[in-house]
Design a binder for this molecule. Sequence first.
Ligand SMILES: [Cu+2]
Length: 203
Amino acid sequence: MTNSLFTRRQVLQLTGGAAAVGLAGCTGNQSGDDSGSEPTTSAESGHSEEEGGHSEGVGEPTDTAEVTMITEGEDYHFEPHVVRVTVGGTVTWTNENGSHSTTAYHPDNDQPQLVPDGAASWNSGILSEQGMTFEHTFETEGVYHYYCTPHESLGMIGSIIVGDPNPDEQVALEEPPADKSDQVREKLKELNTTISEALGDSH
Ligand SMILES: [Cu+2]
């Protein structure tokens, strides 16, 4: 908890680029609005795009990562779905629109543990204003799953890879909890596939 804090930011410098990335990264959702989803390559963190051209390519760990919380019609998601930071690295979430939280799958949040053993929990509470941010520093190597409290059941779930963990030792990568809905389990499996590919590449 002590390494999590709220900050408020100037929204304007973030919104433009984040919106473009959000649209480009969300193929395959059920919103039905394909027409406006022409990928734009205005992303500032360009290098991950070169590894196969898919916006979900997860690269090497970086000291900081940015995640946007997005509502698009009836589609709610974190973008990118998977980010990677170094041990001691910080992830900043920014609410682009709607009301969202970033909340760890951790017993402290009355959830099954889908974070490394001994890892600190976090819970932003609801960010209801555009441009509100939350950040968390990750001191424990491993794979973390987290969700948005209002939209978990709609598949608003994301993941953080910290450092270069052994995929065989990650609680998060095991079979999703049986008491979760099919939609949540499917989303977790999809994330696990992306994460396993990212870690496989680096081992
Ligand atoms: Cu949400």
